[in-house]
Design a protein around this ligand. Structure first.
Ligand code: ZN
Ligand code: ZN
Length: 215
């Protein structure tokens, strides 16, 4: 079990528990909690909260939107991406292996420039999720976000501003954040990244390429 320092937010765990996240985000959350005891325990407490809510309607103080979300989930009969604590052999935790249909060697990479490769995973809805492969010492181009971006480290590590993100760590970036993740020297950094809106890269060429790359 990796030493995890950067975790999911309560809002994301609650959304996952209630089944209201886009599929792309569900996958990142399921993958993180399959390797993180802390977030898994927290998610179970939200699951229990949702259950209690059904039994004792209206008697508990619940975060705004949670009641609606819970009922919406019941109405839809959602099957969310299963988060199992069991880790199959390989680089990818079990929920991600299930999604990809294998481990690292099953991924069909596409070069996106600067030695960086990515692989878009098929999901429904507006949000997108992809695997990113960044050579050691290489930076992902400067970019801001119009929405939320979740980046989970699967291999290697990256640094962003003053923080280091190693295997199992997840970075939650939002609208206000312009950041420049740089893969740590050494092993390739492999991440799972979900975005709920297109990124805005600050360089001209990446901006032109963006619609084609769908990142
Ligand atoms: Zn965690
Ligand atoms: Zn970003």
């Amino acid at each position: 079990m990796p030493q995890i320092k950067h975790h999911l937010t309560d809002a994301l765990l609650m959304g996952y528990s209630a089944g209201t996240l886009p599929e792309a985000f569900d996958l990142v959350v399921a993958t993180h909690i399959s390797v993180c005891d802390e977030c898994r325990a927290q998610m179970h407490s939200f699951d229990a909260l949702g259950g209690a809510l059904i039994e004792e309607t209206g008697t508990m103080a619940i975060a705004e939107g949670c009641l609606e979300a819970t009922f919406a989930q019941i109405a839809r009969g959602d099957k969310k991406t299963e988060a199992r604590p069991i880790r199959k052999r390989g680089t990818f935790p079990a929920p991600l292996q299930d999604y990809v249909g294998g481990d690292l060697d099953a991924v069909k990479w596409r070069r996106v420039g600067g030695g960086v490769s990515d692989a878009l995973l098929k999901t429904s809805g507006q949000a997108a999720v992809r695997l990113l492969r960044i050579p050691g010492g290489v930076a992902v181009p400067d970019h801001g976000h119009r929405g939320t971006e979740l980046t989970l480290v699967l291999q290697g590590a990256f640094r962003d501003a003053s923080d280091r993100f190693g295997v199992g760590d997840v970075e939650v970036a939002d609208d206000a954040m312009v950041h420049k993740p740089v893969a740590e020297a050494g092993a390739e950094c492999i991440c799972l990244a979900a975005t709920d809106a297109p990124l805005r890269f600050s360089g001209l060429i990446p901006r032109i390429a963006q619609p084609f790359l769908r990142i």
